[in-house]
Design a protein around this ligand. Structure first.
Ligand code: F6R
Length: 260
């Protein structure tokens, strides 16, 4: 895994946005895997700016979101459909027919999950998957103990994750217990993965994922087995890493063609 440590979340997000934009310019029909939550907000803001000011064209891009809460309608204010519309899709020229987000209201969850996997395959697979990380090490909503080979399915959120996500809902009781999420195996099938993490509260999860053993207790640690995984963190999220000096040095020594 390549670890890129940046002074601030803003610096890290701009690097991530540049990387996503480069892919979209090189491959106009790219398939992007997208995350929600606080972490990718600046990334989306910057992609929107590039669309408006630098003609970044999303008309041929296909997207698959990682997850959605079971029981929330697409127009629920805390749904991930709403999040993506408000922060990204409404502001770029993406074809609505190419947007995929799990359906929190599906009446047949297993059939929906199979169809979601089939749709990813039919689109040619995910070129670049953007990820955040939970304070407990989850990616997507694959909580600790998730099978590292799992596919899209229903999952039960941990009390900690429900607490972490309370802001969008008001009280913890209102945070849904179940979600539909891409599996760890689904995420690992992406040709490239970009994990973003900011803030001291992510430092333990990042240390476990990057420098700990590969274990389902830290689902993000499986990214150590991914051939093209990058982890872009700010200094506070990196603060519990043992080898930060080395990661910085590696990044500084990169030949220009290899820099993000
Ligand atoms: C969201 C997702 C989650 C979040 C993670 C971090 O689609 O899949 O894994 O990335 O919970 O959330 P934030 O960014 O809000 O700290």
């Amino acid at each position: 895994m390549e670890i890129i440590v940046q002074p601030t979340p803003e610096d890290a997000s701009l690097i991530a946005a540049r990387h996503v934009a480069r892919l979209v310019r090189e491959k106009p029909d790219a398939v992007l895997g997208l995350a929600t939550g606080a972490t990718p907000l600046t990334l989306y803001r910057e992609l929107v700016r590039m669309h408006r000011e630098e003609e970044l064209d999303f008309s041929g891009v296909t997207t698959f979101n990682l997850d959605e809460y079971v029981g929330l309608a697409p127009d629920h204010p805390a749904s991930y459909h709403t999040f993506m519309r408000e922060h990204f899709f409404a502001h770029v020229n993406i074809d609505p027919g190419r947007i995929h987000i799990p359906d929190g209201l599906t009446s047949d969850v297993p059939a929906f999950c199979r169809a979601y996997e089939d749709a990813i395959k039919a689109a040619g697979g995910i070129d670049l998957q953007v990820l955040g990380i939970g304070t407990d090490g989850h990616i997507g909503f694959n909580e600790p103990s998730s099978s590292l080979a799992s596919r899209t399915r229903i999952k039960t959120l941990t009390p900690r994750t429900r607490r972490d996500n309370v802001a969008a809902f008001g009280t913890q009781e209102q945070v849904p217990i179940h979600v539909i999420t891409m599996g760890v195996g689904t995420i690992m099938d992406a040709r490239e993965v970009l994990l973003l993490a900011f803030g001291i509260k992510k430092s333990a999860a990042i240390a476990a994922a990057v420098e700990g053993p590969v274990t389902s207790m830290s689902p993000a640690s499986i990214l150590q087995m991914h051939p093209v995984a990058r982890c872009i963190v700010d200094v506070t999220a990196a603060s519990r890493l043992a080898r930060t000096g080395y990661y910085r040095w590696v990044y500084q020594q990169k030949p220009d063609w290899q820099k993000l």
